[in-house]
Design a protein around this ligand. Structure first.
Ligand code: CAA
Length: 319
């Protein structure tokens, strides 16, 4: 979501309604973007990886999107095409910009395709082993990269940095779903992340992608999920116990608290497997009972009811 002047004006007037006022994201001149000639390797073509790739491409960055499962490369491509079409329909992109953004993304199913990238962003499944192995490989393939970032919601950044020979250039860049819509990126430093890496990552997220950043220490959940996940788990417990129907729980939070969506619908949007992984990491770190997954969440994940991405979670979705 590169902010154009007309959008920036809209955003500024929206932001002045909030209690805390943040400056509107920087407006980047198209010429300045063109002269950057930056290349980003995004690894993982799921919901988050394809969203991150799309946002980069819309901001003039060349992207190599690696989806290691060849069957899913086509799916990532289709998801990005759909999202770009949606942006054209709602007037956020014109046809020319849409074509240019789509052409900036190269798809690959081999990690070596990211070679030469200035920056890498990992967005594969929330598996600590898989991510550790990937960071080992990225470190070897990209010895000159400015930084290697993870979009993880649950794996400590230090564990990923420790797999590399350059832990000072490893950090977390945590985007929010839907990535083209939500302005926030959490910038997460491990105890080994250097100031230079942080500065470059802030510059990239704010000035290249037009996102708003907040900083977090390398603690489970970072800032947002440490607050959000216990709330979502409470909603599942409330539903599981028969306290209220799922529709009433969601309506309560939408109509009573002006949330854009209720907690059970949001759990479906995030993905119940991701929610489970984040709750496990929160519990492992803080031992707070509020982060224990309710049995219903476990059973749903075991059944493959993962939310929107599988077509069924608390609600059903057209595939
Ligand atoms: N991709 C791209 N654009 C999308 C989109 C998607 N998947 N979904 C919606 N949009 C766009 C639409 O095009 C529309 O744009 P315009 O206003 O310019 O037309 C806008 O978003 C609103 O969409 P809709 O009118 O279709 O629907 P809505 O008003 O109900 O909004 C929503 C949908 C954006 C998902 C909104 O309900 C929302 O923001 N929900 C909260 C999402 C949230 O909390 N996300 C954070 C999850 S936590 C996380 O991601 C981190 C983690 O580690 C777990």
């Amino acid at each position: 979501m590169c902010i154009r002047p007309s959008e920036a004006e809209g955003r500024a007037s929206f932001e002045t309604r909030g209690a805390t006022r943040r400056p509107a994201p920087t407006v980047i001149a198209r010429e300045a973007l063109a002269s950057r000639a930056m290349r980003v390797g995004v690894v993982g073509g799921g919901l988050m990886g394809s969203g991150i790739a799309e946002v980069c491409a819309r901001c003039g960055v060349d992207v190599t999107l690696v989806e290691l499962d060849p069957d899913r490369v086509e799916r990532a491509n289709a998801a990005i095409e759909r999202s770009l079409d949606r942006a054209v329909r709602s007037g956020k992109l014109d046809a020319e910009e849409r074509t240019a953004a789509a052409e900036r993304i190269a798809y690959a199913s081999e990690l070596e395709a990211v070679e030469g990238a200035d920056v890498a962003i990992e967005a594969i499944i929330e598996s600590e082993d898989a991510k550790r192995e990937l960071f080992r490989e990225l470190d070897a393939i990209l010895p000159e990269a400015e930084f290697l970032a993870s979009n993880t919601s649950s794996v400590p950044i230090m564990k990923l940095g420790a797999e590399t020979r350059h832990p000072q250039r490893v950090l977390g860049l945590h985007f929010f779903n839907p990535v083209p819509v939500l302005p926030l990126v959490e910038v997460v430093r491990s105890i080994m992340t250097s100031e230079d890496t942080l500065r470059r990552a802030h510059d990239f997220a704010e000035n290249t992608l037009g996102k708003t950043t907040i900083d977090s220490q390398d603690r489970a959940g970072f800032v947002v999920n440490a607050l959000l996940i216990p709330y979502l788990l409470s909603a599942i417990r409330m539903y599981e116990s028969g306290f209220a129907s799922k529709e009433d729980i969601d309506d309560g939070m939408v109509k009573g608290c002006a949330h854009p969506m209720g907690p059970l619908a949001l759990a479906d949007l995030i993905g119940l497997d991701t929610l489970l992984a984040v709750s496990a990491s929160l519990y492992e770190e803080f031992r707070d009972p509020a982060s224990v997954a309710p049995p219903l969440l476990n059973r749903m994940v075991e059944a493959g009811l993962l939310g929107r991405k599988s077509g069924r979670g608390f609600y059903e979705y057209a595939k």
